[in-house]
Ligand binder design. Structure first.
Ligand code: NAG
Ligand code: NAG
Length: 465
């Protein structure tokens, strides 16, 4: 899944874009420079845990019911138009009319398995009455099922909004401290995860019918990452809360015209040394908690749900014995002092400088596994340039492919499966689709069509594709 979001220039003021000037933080909207191209947030959720690369047709059951024949056709002969249709199928663009400083946002989603385990949500939240709302965009990359991500899609923004509303509203000229904002966001995440875990425990002891219990357990048995961005138009502050390995990257134009890529979150996996140090400190004397980039077998070191890494081992065993639930962790892992996985996010705050064109990209590991932060920023920057007044979008006419006939074995022979500058193409109106197309093969039509055609996944092929 990919979303893209872009900001709208504010009413132009008669000052020069380069003129340095101070911005009053705190209570008034900040004038945008005349050339603020936008604040683009692009989010992508492509692969799910354990599935390296499979992009199948994304699809929630209702779609399948309504369009069965179409699904069959596109699986076997994705022409270029079909590729575009598949990439764009779950894309959207929103013109942000009510948010000063934000022009637009785009999103797209392409599932790596079916049913899709990823969810997203976007919209305005109002922490305080009579104050400008904040723009919220969030991605939930689910694993071992879609239920945790689905729960977060429904509940996370309301929980965060409620938590923020408990802070004293800042009066004119005041700015709520970063620390306060961070701690209430953390609390909202941790409390919501606590309710997922506790609800399942309570249900297991209840007298509800079995099928009802199982439905209630689902968000605690499955798991999900969460990446939330909140933009406050009054202070121009962008808060990013990250649980798991989705990543937020700010693209910002520097004075020399180059685009900088500024990561606003750090992937929380067993490869993250700060995360491993934290775990070791929390579980002194336990060896080998993180191995091969994983934490007790789980890729991420923080997640919602995943009760198996959180419950005391007797609770997990009880679930497993009575409900064929999450099961114990493989014997090589000793569950001595759970919880090992937390849903407490790492939160960052960045003040957006309205004098610098900037945009935000949010994407799941499905995209970041195939593209660096800087490549993604360069791609969106190129997309913005192609759309700026005076430049004509170049739609390439079909021409004979210069690429040799392709099959997946070519990955072993050196054809790169990730983004390649040499294959870059700008043809999509949606910035998220643009990123997705370029991380899947760009203008190498046979490569990208082949990937999209592999539906359903052929066992044993996912790793290379
Ligand atoms: C950890 O890093 C290694 C080496 O860079 C890489 O092969 C592996 O996929 C990474 N694992 C995760 C979970 O990110
Ligand atoms: C693919 O893109 C590259 C770089 O943009 C370009 O040089 C090449 O001609 C393109 N190939 C096709 C088949 O469009």
């Amino acid at each position: 899944m990919l979303h893209t979001l872009r900001a709208r220039p504010r009413p132009t003021r008669p000052f020069r874009a380069q003129a340095p000037h101070h911005i009053t933080k705190g209570f008034q909207t900040i004038p945008a420079s005349s050339n603020v191209a936008g604040y683009v947030a692009t989010a992508s959720t492509i692969a799910a845990i354990g599935v390296w690369w499979l992009f199948t047709t994304p699809d929630p059951v209702p779609h399948l019911e309504s369009r069965p024949s179409q699904q069959l056709v596109i699986e076997f002969d994705p022409s270029k138009a079909e590729v575009t249709r598949m990439l764009s199928q779950e894309s959207y663009s929103v013109i942000a009319k009510n948010i000063a400083g934000v022009e637009r946002y785009d999103g797209a989603r392409l599932a790596s398995n079916s049913p899709c385990e990823d969810r997203f949500t976007h919209g305005l939240i109002s922490p305080w009455r009579d104050r400008s709302p904040w723009l919220a965009l969030a991605l939930f990359d689910g694993h071992a099922g879609w239920q945790t991500a689905d729960f977060l899609e429904q509940k996370l923004l309301t929980s965060v909004q409620h938590s923020l509303s408990q802070i004293k509203p800042p009066s004119n000229g005041e700015v709520t401290s970063e620390q306060t904002v961070h701690s209430v966001i953390k609390k909202a995440f941790v409390d919501l995860d606590g309710s997922i875990i506790k609800t399942a425990e309570d249900a297991s002891e209840s007298s509800l019918p079995l099928q009802e219990k199982l439905r209630i357990f689902a968000p605690a048995f499955a798991g999900s990452c969460a990446l939330l961005s909140l933009y406050d138009p009054i202070t121009s502050r962008l808060h990013v809360a990250c649980v798991g390995d989705s990543r937020a990257v700010l693209g910002r134009k520097s004075l020399d015209g180059k685009w900088e890529a500024i990561p606003l979150s750090a992937d929380q996996t067993g490869n993250n040394t700060a995360e491993v140090a934290r775990l070791n400190a929390e579980h002194p004397g336990e060896e080998g908690l993180a191995q091969d980039g994983r934490v007790l077998g789980l890729v991420v070191s923080r997640a919602f749900g995943d009760g198996r890494w959180k419950w005391p081992s007797d609770v997990t065993k009880d679930f497993s014995r009575r409900f064929c639930g999450p099961g114990a962790l493989p014997p090589k892992y000793h569950i001595q002092t759970p919880p090992y996985i937390t849903a407490e996010p790492v939160v960052t705050t960045t003040t957006i400088n309205p004098d610098r064109p900037s945009f935000l990209i949010l994407a799941t590991d499905g995209m970041w596994d195939r593209m660096s932060s800087q490549d993604a920023v360069n791609l969106v920057a190129a997309w913005l340039d192609a759309r700026s007044p005076g430049s004509v979008m170049q739609y390439r006419k079909s021409k004979p492919s210069p690429y040799a006939p392709f099959d997946f074995g070519d990955f072993r022979k050196g054809v790169s499966p990730g983004f390649m500058k040499e294959r870059m193409i700008i043809q999509d109106d949606n910035a998220a689709v643009h990123l997705m197309r370029n991380c899947l093969g760009g203008n190498h039509s046979e490569l990208i069509a082949g990937r999209l055609a592999l539906t359903p996944r052929i066992p044993g092929t996912g790793e290379m594709i």
